[in-house]
Write a protein that binds this ligand. Structure first.
Ligand SMILES: Cc1cc2nc3c(=O)[nH]c(=O)nc-3n(C[C@H](O)[C@H](O)[C@H](O)COP(=O)(O)OP(=O)(O)OC[C@H]3O[C@@H](n4cnc5c(N)ncnc54)[C@H](O)[C@@H]3O)c2cc1C
Length: 626
């Protein structure tokens, strides 16, 4: 197609449709949408080493020809952008000159590309004179947005150091201030007024991109496939925008995949940056493909390595980095930990209307990065090398992270129901978190929540908003001993929640996904079987300490002993070498601390996890000065 369309601001509803993928972020007097040239998508190439052997360039082209108009780049962005003034602010002359002190002023020529999509080196630009434009390719045309004098480019990739999502180029001869990521971080750390403006704009821009699925990833999957759920959760919890296509409801896509011999075992298929096709990828493969960890140097000796990016680990990262420490965080899954799987946390100080665990984690993650902490994603710690100093964390990719001090914040994971074929249904009907992603899968259907703790209660109340009925199964006789009063009241008052005490799940059944669940009343012995396709299992947690065995003292349940809980025989067995006793959160290994749910005797709350993460940093300073 070669039709050229000039768009006038504001766009009329009827003319928006032909250019479905137009990125309509422009709004107000300072932001101007300047044009949309309809043209064909430049087809991506399969990179060498693409994990889809047998798919040649012609096949790939055909596949993309079908997929791109159906998925890339997600939904049209709305013209009605709330908080547009904060998303695209115009800086004052004084603010621009303060930024100039951190970067260099450059002249750029018309058409000069300042940032390429997919480029690894993040750079930030403020326009002094002329115009810089954002260009985003789509199936039906190029979406353009212009930055006028006083405006700045960038979004959250500027903090994380991940690959750029869009192209930035000069619309004509222009003068700009250019800052690399390190200079930008230095700026936001010292200038609180500019920090507020830039951080807010970056976050709002990313929220807008995610809301409109305008990312560089397409997920082709099925609602009944555990892998699809996992991949979507991974991207969502990492704040990475993506669009998706459901193979169950899109027969055209399925036919095409059949022709390429893509079987159900290959689903989900993830198309990454329009370049690489991944079949049923691991989270690590996705992280690698999107370059989540590329900007992170692993070999130098850090002040502090934090293992785990749940609330306690992220708190340690925020406090450590903001107090000048060189901090690296390692996370085996996604930031947020258990809290990230909570639909709504209502008892965390400062959020009177509650906050979803994912929002809380996203904010903390961004905050840690703002202060310069780096976070390795989708890499697990497999061992603590503790024989000599400096200690090191060994990762599942074979790398070693040397550290002067270590904070262990690996939390706990849900205990699994002891049912023979449980694994078959995990992610395909059996879930361990109740977030928006899972709730979409069971809208209008009956669901089961197993467990009597606060997390189960939250899940039941949250799911009752969209499910037709929630069966809440607990083995005990009631909830009073295990759940907060406010949740018990909501469960009692909710006609959609059916509370079933003294009941346990006995069997799961189904072909490709969960179709039937049997439960038994422990007192009467009566077993019932129900056609229910969704079960949320929230039945207590076990500590993630298997990788630490032999290095730090653990209690009988495998939680880490710290400070006063370490008895003289623990210290003797660990050959504690110092005259002083261990600090409050210190393990039996000097300079290694444990915080949050992984610690023996911890309170198992977000607030206490965050508190411990911050307290531990105070002790880390003491260790580093010894
Ligand atoms: C559904 C749900 C709802 C909840 N609701 C509330 C609530 O409303 N209020 C409240 O106060 N508390 C709530 N909690 C409890 C609260 O979430 C936890 O107490 C808190 O998350 C503990 O934080 P943490 O950082 O210590 O551990 P976690 O949150 O468990 O985080 C640990 C992190 O470490 C990572 N990790 C584990 N092993 C490794 C390894 N070897 N290498 C690298 N990384 C690793 C994990 O992937 C995880 O991200 C809820 C919990 C759940 C599950």
């Amino acid at each position: 197609m070669s039709r050229k369309v000039r768009w006038q601001w504001p766009l009329e509803k009827d003319i928006r449709r032909p250019c479905r993928h137009l990125w309509r972020l422009g709004c107000g007097c300072c932001c101007r949408l300047i044009g949309c040239e309809i043209r064909t998508w430049s087809l991506p190439v399969v990179l060498p080493g693409s994990p889809w052997p047998g798919l040649d360039a012609k096949d790939y082209t055909e596949l993309m020809d079908y997929l791109i108009p159906n998925t890339f780049p997600g939904k049209s962005l709305s013209t009605d952008v709330p908080r547009a003034g904060e998303m695209f602010p115009v800086l004052t002359a004084a603010q621009v000159s303060r930024i100039a002190a951190h970067g260099r002023v450059r002249q750029v020529q018309k058409g000069e590309v300042l940032i390429q999509p997919g480029e690894r080196t993040a750079r930030f630009y403020v326009v002094i004179a002329g115009q810089v434009e954002l260009l985003r390719k789509s199936a039906t045309g190029d979406e353009l947005f212009s930055f006028e004098p006083g405006m700045f480019t960038g979004e959250l990739t500027m903090l994380s150091g991940r690959r750029a999502l869009v192209e930035i180029r000069a619309a004509g001869p222009a003068e700009v201030i250019e800052l690399d990521r390190e200079c930008l971080l230095a700026l936001v750390q010292v200038d609180s007024e500019l920090s507020d403006i830039l951080m807010r704009a970056f976050i709002l821009r990313r929220v807008e991109i995610i809301a409109h699925e305008a990312g560089d990833v397409v997920v082709l999957g099925s609602a009944h496939c555990a892998g699809t759920l996992r991949v979507k959760e991974f991207l969502t919890r990492n704040g990475h925008p993506y669009s998706s296509l459901d193979l169950d409801s899109d027969s055209g896509a399925q036919d095409l995949l059949d022709r390429f011999h893509v079987t159900t075992a290959d689903v989900p298929v993830v198309i990454c940056r329009g370049e690489i096709v991944l079949r049923d990828p691991t989270n690590r493969q996705i992280a690698d493909c999107l370059g989540f960890n590329e900007a992170i140097e692993k070999t130098h000796l850090r002040d502090l390595v934090v293992v785990g990016a749940g609330p306690s680990g992220l708190a340690a990262a925020v406090y450590g980095a903001s107090e000048g420490l060189d901090v690296l965080v390692v996370e085996s899954e996604s930031p947020g930990g258990q809290a990230g799987s909570s639909s709504k946390i209502e008892n965390y100080l400062g959020f009177p209307t509650g906050i979803s665990g994912q929002d809380l984690a996203g904010r903390a993650y961004t905050q840690a990065q703002k202060f310069g902490a780096q976070v390795i994603i989708a890499r697990g710690a497999t061992a603590l090398s503790c024989e000599r100093k400096p200690y090191a964390i060994e990762l599942d990719d074979g790398s070693r992270l040397p550290a002067r001090a270590i904070i262990i914040a690996t939390g706990a994971r849900y205990r699994r129901l002891s049912i023979e074929n449980l694994e078959k249904f995990e992610g395909a009907g059996v879930y361990y978190g109740a977030t928006f992603v899972e709730s979409q899968l069971c809208s209008g259907e009956e669901v089961i929540v197993v467990g009597g703790g606060n997390s189960a209660g939250q899940a039941a109340v949250f799911l009752a908003q969209s499910a037709s009925r929630v069966h809440m199964l607990v083995r005990s006789g009631g909830l009073a001993d295990t759940m907060s009063r406010y949740l018990i009241r909501r469960i009692e008052d909710n006609p959609r929640i059916e509370f079933r005490p003294q009941t346990e799940v006995t069997a799961l059944d189904g072909d490709s996904g969960l179709e039937r669940v049997s439960w038994r009343n422990i007192v009467s012995g009566i077993t019932e079987t129900h056609e229910i396709r969704h079960l949320f299992s929230m039945t207590g947690a076990v500590p993630c300490t298997e990788w630490l065995v032999g290095c730090v003292a653990l209690d009988q349940k495998g939680f880490i002993k710290t400070g006063p809980d370490l008895r003289p025989d623990d210290l003797a067995a660990a050959r504690w070498p110092l005259a002083r006793p261990p600090q409050l959160l210190e393990t039996s290994l000097p300079g290694v601390f444990a915080v949050g749910d992984v610690r023996g005797g911890s309170i198992k709350r977000v607030a206490s996890a965050v508190g411990e993460g911050s307290i531990a940093v105070a002790f880390v300073h003491q260790v580093l000065h010894q």
